[in-house]
Design a protein around this ligand. Structure first.
Ligand SMILES: Nc1ncnc2c1ncn2[C@@H]1O[C@H](COP(=O)(O)OP(=O)(O)O)[C@@H](O)[C@H]1O
Ligand SMILES: Cc1cn([C@H]2C[C@H](O)[C@@H](COP(=O)(O)O)O2)c(=O)[nH]c1=O
Length: 242
């Protein structure tokens, strides 16, 4: 039975890489897919991975009908055995409904990839519709990590290096960005406390903070000291938030 599968995870956890691998493995066996994307960092009509691979894709811009596009293609003698949809969080809910119709009426597997929640921990409309409609939701196996070493489950946005919780839902960007707007993946605890790697480092260096042990004071990486800091108070937590 064909399926609508939603591969979800934080930014930078390997979703686009997996999309490219699925495409590679299927086309190596003579199957032909159509790749859709929207607002990839590499530009219009591209699916790109941080591992350096990039391929052409069909840009599913606002108002673009994915189902009609595929029916047109098939009726003109074209072929399509499966569909890949990357950056699916940016797709309109109607486009996700179209993907479900592709599975049910055209009997093709659809593999959708996207982040579930935005920088405020709110669902993207496209991801919400995927959660509602997908036959399966797969969480990516390669864990992105928070600065404290815990699994990163949330996406933070920074503006000028500071974490923000207000602003437009969609701002195309990258982790480790040199631009004004950047992103960082965090565990829930540190997302709630608005504590990025930089702010944790600053707090650890503050004279107000008593280090747990000699090695923990400046460590904000994945060291045991930093882990202790995440729970035991070697880094200060702004009052009013816990
Ligand atoms: N230089 C590198 N060496 C090895 N792996 C890398 C390197 N750069 C990025 N990666 C891997 O690529 C992942 C990001 O892949 P990508 O498909 O672009 O993520 P996503 O689409 O989920 O944002 C990282 O989590 C990491 O596992
Ligand atoms: C959290 C968040 C992210 N975005 C943007 C930033 C990137 O362009 C993409 C995610 O791409 P990735 O391949 O998964 O890294 O989404 C956004 O617009 N709004 C947000 O809140």
């Amino acid at each position: 039975m064909p399926e609508l599968v939603f591969f979800s995870g934080t930014m930078d956890c390997g979703k686009s890489t997996l999309a490219l691998q699925i495409e590679h493995n299927r086309s190596a066996r003579g199957l032909q897919g159509v790749i859709f994307t929207r607002d990839d960092r590499a530009g219009e009509g591209k699916l790109s991975s941080r591992l350096g691979l990039v391929t052409d894709a069909v840009e599913a811009m606002a108002g673009f009908d994915i189902y009609a596009h595929l029916v047109d293609r098939l009726s003109q003698g074209g072929r399509c055995d499966y569909v890949i949809a990357d950056e699916a969080q940016f797709f309109a809910p109607e486009q996700i409904d179209q993907l479900a119709r592709v599975v049910d009426d055209l009997e093709m597997d659809v593999f959708a990839f996207g982040i579930t929640t935005d920088f405020r921990s709110k669902l993207f409309p496209g991801s919400q519709r995927l959660v509602e409609l997908a036959d399966r939701i797969e969480v990516l196996q390669v864990e992105a990590l928070c600065w404290c070493g815990a699994r990163a489950t949330h996406n933070a946005r920074t503006v000028g290096g500071l974490m923000v919780v207000e602003g437009a839902q969609v701002v195309v960007g990258d982790v480790n960005a040199v631009d004004d707007v950047g992103y960082e993946v965090l565990c829930r605890r540190h997302h709630r406390r608005r504590m990025t790697a930089a702010s944790a480092r600053a707090a650890a260096l503050s004279p107000d903070v008593l280090p747990v042990d000699a090695g923990a004071g400046a460590g904000v990486g994945v060291s045991a000291g930093a882990r202790a800091g995440a729970g035991a108070g070697a880094v200060s937590v702004p009052s009013g938030r816990s």
